[in-house]
Design a protein around this ligand. Structure first.
Ligand SMILES: Cc1cc2nc3c(=O)[nH]c(=O)nc-3n(C[C@H](O)[C@H](O)[C@H](O)COP(=O)(O)O)c2cc1C
Length: 207
């Protein structure tokens, strides 16, 4: 597929702990995206965007200029704005998703709008409780969360954390088939919404 037709997908690592599992889960889904030719994919690490706890004077839903006073928020908004769709990789902290991820979601509004999002989660129930919360929050951001998610159980996380030198076992194997279906669904919604956004733009464009 021609490069400019490819979908721009950002994989967001929702955990900022140094010894996290999040980067391993992000790497797994990143590798799966490389099996397709319709996506340009980048991993975004919240650690590279040290956002303050949200304290902006006005709601991001009132910022229509795309300009933010705080340079870190500006960098975050610009990066989020580049994407056609997202994969959010999330753990579960006390049956919810991390505060750092909520903070990052809250900091911008328009850059998320009318774009698809899929979730890769992990934990004792595969991060399912985090994902259910994220579905509600992302709808409020005018995103379209896809049905299929990838849910990695605690046992698999432990096997990967405890991996010994020379261990050649593919601990993500069981999730690779599922990742194919997940990415196809994400691509469908991302493409549909990209086309709709472009049609809207050209309708509003001056003749
Ligand atoms: C503050 C805290 C709360 C946690 N609560 C849960 C939980 O509710 N459910 C769960 O499955 N795992 C829970 N865990 C365990 C995490 O699944 C595990 O630590 C995982 O590695 C966290 O993701 P991360 O390494 O990417 O930060 C919790 C961990 C932390 C640090």
């Amino acid at each position: 597929m021609a490069n400019n037709d490819k979908l721009k997908i950002k994989i967001i690592i929702g955990s900022i702990r140094k010894s996290r599992f999040g980067d391993k889960a992000a790497q797994f889904i990143f590798e799966e995206t490389k099996k397709r030719d319709d996506m340009n994919v980048e991993i975004i690490d919240l650690m590279d965007y040290p956002l303050p706890l949200f304290n902006e004077p006005i709601s991001p839903s009132r910022i229509t200029t795309g300009k933010y006073d705080n340079p870190v928020v500006q960098k975050w908004a610009d990066k989020i704005g580049e994407a056609d769709g997202y994969i959010i990789v999330t753990p579960e902290y006390n049956h919810g998703y991390p505060a750092a991820l909520k903070n990052a979601l809250d900091h911008v509004y328009y850059p998320w709008n009318k774009k698809a999002v899929g979730f890769v989660a992990y934990g004792s129930v595969g991060g399912a409780r985090s994902v259910e919360q994220l579905r509600e929050v992302t709808i409020e951001l005018q995103m379209a969360p896809i049905r299929t998610g990838i849910h990695i159980p605690f046992q698999v996380m432990m096997e990967i954390f405890n991996k010994k030198e020379g261990d050649k076992i593919d601990h993500f194997l069981a999730f690779r088939q599922q990742a194919g279906d997940f990415l196809s669904q994400l691509a469908w919604w991302t493409r549909a919404l990209k086309n709709a956004r472009e049609a809207e733009k050209s309708k509003n464009a001056p003749l």
